[in-house]
Write a protein that binds this ligand. Structure first.
Ligand SMILES: Nc1ncnc2c1ncn2[C@@H]1O[C@H](COP(=O)(O)OP(=O)(O)OP(=O)(O)O)[C@@H](O)[C@H]1O
Ligand SMILES: [Mg+2]
Length: 346
């Protein structure tokens, strides 16, 4: 049996009594269907512009009449609030996750922008090593119960299980990379880890299901497989057209933004990565667009004035808005498809 098969088949250590079973809510079932649409912004590397994208997307959503909540889910170095010129508070996500506060609405504050609220991040830096599955389960349940049109989560960098599970909570997940090879490499790593996390959780889940059976069949087809790509090829073969690799991600839309583009060749990175992902994973990581390198973004952080609201019409604000519109139109397409399917069934 290959390392890959052993890794996927390895059961996780049971959580102490009273803790939620790891991955139950957050990965396998994706929890109760929330009323709000969940967008998450993540990335394999730190400092690539995740918070800039999350904050500005939040403001653009609010500006288009969507009641929106931003959640700073950067458990190590939360600073989303700073982009809005507001100070962090002790009433933050960590007080809710650690159950000091039981109702997440008590840690929601305004951003000063109409229709845009925020849950600020952990000021005391939740040690990622102390993150319990129960924290994530609490977060997911809260998110599913909150009454907003959109909830945008700004994630920590990297590929820790907590980050991957938060990313898998989304309806639309956005990965931000820069043109640097290190960032691109970490973005591909993030994608691979995302598939592994989800495949492993579904295979190890206690509940039967069609996807689980198909994933197991893919693994049994050739237990010597050693890469995610080989696994997905096997999945396609054993599903025989009955399921597409997108189903592995549970219907989540996956997107990509290349930030800090400067050179003409930087503009080829997004389309190239989109093609590479399609051929490797069989899944389209939709390239939403590029955001150019622009000192106004640094200025907007220094002055704590949000780019799309205070510097509209500038190159960076326009490119951010174009990425946002593309994401909205993908989401709108899904909503229309769903409505059409509903009509057919009636
Ligand atoms: N397009 C850009 N042009 C110029 N500067 C940028 C651009 N995007 C981001 N920056 C700079 O990079 C800094 C980091 O951005 P941001 O905080 O959004 O990254 P992050 O990915 O959220 O980082 P972390 O991993 O620490 O959470 C910003 O404060 C800003 O100065
Ligand atoms: Mg950040």
């Amino acid at each position: 049996m290959s390392f890959f098969a052993r890794f996927l088949g390895r059961k996780k250590k049971p959580e102490p009594e009273g803790e939620a079973a790891p991955g139950r809510l957050s990965i396998v079932g994706r929890g109760p269907r929330p009323a709000s649409r969940i967008w998450t912004v993540g990335g394999g590397k730190g400092g690539v512009g995740k918070s800039i994208v999350a904050a500005n997307f939040g403001a653009l959503l609010a500006g288009s009449g969507q009641r929106t909540l931003l959640i700073d889910a950067d458990f190590g170095a939360a600073n989303l609030h700073t982009l809005f010129g507001i100070t962090g508070s002790n009433l933050s996500l960590s007080s809710f996750l650690k159950a000091d506060i039981t109702d997440i609405r008590r840690v929601v504050t305004g951003t000063g922008i109409q229709d845009l609220d925020i849950v600020t991040g952990a000021m005391d830096s939740l040690n990622i090593a102390d993150m319990k599955a129960s924290y994530l389960a609490r977060l997911q349940t809260a998110v599913s119960e909150l009454d907003y049109d959109h909830i945008v989560l700004d994630l920590s960098p990297g590929t820790s299980p907590e980050v991957l599970d938060c990313f898998l909570m989304s309806d639309e997940g956005v990965l931000v990379t820069t043109p640097e090879p290190t960032s691109i490499e970490n973005t591909y790593r993030f994608m691979k880890c995302l598939f592994l996390r989800r495949i492993r959780a579904v295979i190890n889940s206690g509940e039967p299901g069609r996807l689980k059976e198909m994933l197991k069949a893919a693994l049994e087809r050739d237990p010597k497989i050693s890469t995610v790509s080989e696994f997905i090829k096997n999945f396609r073969l054993s599903a025989g057209g009955e399921a597409a690799p997108e189903e592995i991600l549970g219907g989540m839309g996956a997107h990509l933004i290349v930030n800090r583009t400067r050179l003409p060749e930087d503009r080829t990175i997004g389309p190239h990565m989109q093609r590479a992902c399609l051929s490797y994973f069989g899944v389209r990581f939709n390239h939403l667009g590029d955001i150019c390198q622009d000192t106004l973004i640094e200025d907007s952080v220094r002055t704590r004035k949000l780019l799309v609201r205070n510097y509209p019409g500038t190159a960076a604000a326009l490119s951010l808005t174009s990425c946002f519109r593309k994401l909205v139109s993908v989401e709108q397409g899904k909503v229309e498809q769903k409505a059409a399917r509903g009509l057919q069934q009636t």
